[in-house]
Design a protein around this ligand. Structure first.
Ligand code: HEC
Length: 314
């Protein structure tokens, strides 16, 4: 009896769920949700080719150093790199003395305490410190950025679809919203008059909701001056800092690629050796088929003889 009641209660629940699913699905198809400006006018990231791309990619240290220069002169005013320490710069070609100088000249001090008084204080960065946030905490960061939080950039190229190409597109993708059209030729403010960028935000079709709180950080050619003679156009600076952020997110990429190649060669060698060993030892053996047990012709003859002797047919 209890089982029957339990079964019926379950049946009622399942029935109610099914009815609500069907009625919601019917509403969805008869009255589809209104399209959003961010669906119709969001742009896919641009193409970006870097030396570190592909299974054999290696970092281009010159480009990474230029990217670091853009980070330190521009982006570090708002963004930290909490997973990268100054001494990691050794891997992109700086020597110990240069790194010490970069750390001690860094414009943001590292929070510490005054050993004499125990009061909070700041000290110069050391090679072992990570790139500090210019803001004391999230509240201070939001207060300085119209309530938006500049994210830590250490892993940003892993955290966003498109990685470096997305960062590059975002940095070079700020546009004038008035008259902005998508690929289909529709004009944003005509199709969605309410989608006007609010004050303190900036229109950027590569950002998920089209309006980003970050003011365009790279605006004019020559904003940084490169020592290696590369022309510091906005496009070049954006590429270089994106390449640098690929390195911060995966500093071991080059050695991972090298190890992968070595493993692939080793496995290929193993496969060739295995094939040769098979050829040498077993390929003859396969051809000689030895029938054993009841199928052995000698055994069959024996059993036929025994049956004939006993007078059994078959
Ligand atoms: C004036 C401060 C400021 C500077 C300078 C700045 N940013 Fe930002 N950045 C922000 C803020 C604020 C946000 C958060 C935006 C939001 O959530 O709308 C942000 C967000 C980002 C994002 C994340 C976007 C996303 O998809 O969430 C990336 C990537 C980024 N910045 C890269 C950079 C790079 C690279 C530089 C240097 C070339 C730079 N920023 C310079 C303030 C700044």
């Amino acid at each position: 009896m209890v089982r029957v009641i339990g079964f019926l209660v379950g049946l009622v629940f399942a029935g109610v769920l099914l009815i609500s699913l069907i009625s919601n699905a019917a509403t969805y198809f008869s009255n589809p949700p209104a399209p959003l400006a961010s669906d119709e006018f969001h742009k896919e990231h641009k193409e970006l080719h870097l030396a570190s791309d592909g299974p054999f990619g290696k970092f281009d240290n010159q480009q990474l150093q230029r990217g670091f220069q853009v980070y330190s002169e521009v982006c570090s005013a708002c963004h930290s790199l909490k997973l990268v320490s100054f001494r990691d710069l050794k891997h992109i070609g700086y020597n110990d003395a240069e790194i010490k100088k970069i750390a001690s000249d860094w414009k943001t001090q590292v929070p510490s305490i005054n050993p004499e008084t125990g009061e909070p204080a700041g000290r110069k960065a050391l090679s072992s410190d990570t790139f500090p946030s210019p803001f004391a905490n999230e509240v201070a960061a939001r207060a300085a950025n119209n309530n938006a939080l500049p994210p830590d950039l250490s892993l940003i190229t892993k955290a966003r679809e498109g990685g470096a190409a997305y960062v590059y597109s975002l940095l070079t993708g700020y546009a004038n919203q008035a008259g902005y059209k998508n690929e289909k030729g529709e004009e944003l403010l005509k199709a969605f008059p309410d989608a006007k960028t609010p004050p303190n935000l900036h229109f950027n079709p590569y950002f998920a909701n089209l309006n980003i709180a970050m003011p365009p950080p790279l605006t004019s050619e020559g904003q940084v001056s490169y020592e290696d003679g590369t022309k510091p156009t906005v496009d070049q600076m954006a590429k270089d800092v994106s390449a640098f952020l690929v390195w911060t997110a995966e500093p071991n990429l080059a050695s991972r690629h090298a190890a992968g190649l070595a493993v692939a060669i080793f496995l290929l060698f193993g496969a060739i050796l295995g094939y040769l060993a098979y050829q040498n030892l077993w390929h003859e053996a396969k051809r000689v088929v030895r029938v054993t047990g009841p199928l052995d012709p000698e055994n069959q003859a024996k059993s036929r003889r025994a049956k004939a002797k006993e007078g059994i047919a078959g």
